[in-house]
Design a protein around this ligand. Structure first.
Ligand code: ZN
Length: 326
């Protein structure tokens, strides 16, 4: 049987300055800094995770901050254009005010009968807040110590918009491998929804004439879809291969197990397990408060910490460098 996914698990992008990145996602957007670790494949780079109060799958946006030395990316075909979070319809005005007070340009539109607030993060990564009735159905954990009142907090993903040169090949993979079905069209946007439905189950496809994008600061690295467990993940591996795509082995990412495959339009897809989650190495009330390293890197902790770029924690976490909080 073809496996199916409830929808997005996380979205990972390349940021510039780590302090600016954390300040925006925590202080402005009110997400919790649920994990501070390093890129397991490049330990000189941080890996930040921002999500709901518990880092629930379906709420987390993650970043590799390449700092000022990072190569700028270029948006183009084969990339994620926008990552959309759910908010309650009655929170729309709150968010327009909150973002504009912080000097963020917000474009307000309507799409599929929902209010869309589009803006960019400090590195130019496209974000949307969608005022939707689905927000109340989202199974998320609010962050009681966060800077945004709980009733207005982001409520996990609505979906993602992928820009590709041709819609059909990507649509075919979404249908055959991930179980997405076409739901509607709005202008040049085609909407697909995973069979499970519900919050975070949307992928929109738009065609672009732009050249193939170049990965770097200000671009999304990959989008991850959720799967129950490694048994189902194996079925996704088989489905990618049956669709003619190269797919990685199952990789242990400490907080989930992952496979990766590039879809025909060029977007890197990941399928990540629900478990074990972010409390595997930190207590739930201490998430993100120290540098978390996988067991195999613990021996190198001192050297790794010494080469990571300095940055200040968000004001909502008390500001100052991570060292000052030890
Ligand atoms: Zn990932």
């Amino acid at each position: 049987m073809t496996p199916s996914t409830p929808g997005l698990h996380h979205v990972t992008a390349i940021a510039g300055d780590p302090g600016d990145n954390a300040a925006f996602y925590v202080d402005a957007l009110g997400l919790r800094f649920v994990k501070r670790t390093v890129n397991h494949d490049d330990t000189g780079t941080y890996h930040f995770y921002f999500g709901d109060g518990e880092g629930t799958p379906g709420t987390n946006v993650t970043f590799f901050p390449w700092s000022e030395r990072g190569r700028d990316g270029r948006f183009g075909a084969g990339q994620t254009r926008d990552t959309a979070y759910l908010i309650r319809p009655e929170s729309v005005d709150y968010w327009v005010d909150r973002l504009e007070e912080r000097g963020v340009d917000v474009e307000r539109t309507n799409r599929f009968d929902e209010t869309v607030l589009r803006f960019e993060d400090p590195d130019g990564i496209g974000l949307e807040l969608i005022g939707s009735d689905e927000a109340d159905a989202a199974d998320v954990a609010t962050w009681s110590d966060g800077p945004v009142p709980e009733e207005h907090q982001l409520r996990g993903f609505h979906g993602a918009t992928l820009a590709v040169a041709e819609v059909e090949p990507t649509a075919g993979l979404l249908a055959d491998v991930l179980g997405y079905e076409r739901e509607g069209t709005a202008g040049d946007r085609r909407r697909y929804r995973s069979a499970a439905g519900g919050p975070g189950s949307i992928v929109d496809l738009v065609e672009t004439d732009a050249d193939r994008g170049r990965m770097g600061v200000g671009t999304v690295h990959h989008v991850a879809f959720e799967t129950d467990d490694v048994d189902e993940q194996e079925r996704f591996r088989d489905a990618f291969r049956a669709h003619g795509r190269d797919v990685t082995e199952i990789i242990d990412r400490t907080y989930f197990r992952s496979i990766y495959a590039r879809e025909p339009g060029g977007v890197l897809f990941e399928v990540a397990t629900t478990e074990p989650g972010f409390d595997v190495d930190e207590a739930p009330d201490e998430l993100g408060t120290s540098l978390a390293l996988p067991e195999r890197l613990e021996d190198e902790r001192e050297a790794i910490e010494a080469q990571l770029p300095a940055f200040e924690l968000p004001d909502a976490m008390g500001g100052g460098t991570p060292d000052e909080h030890r």
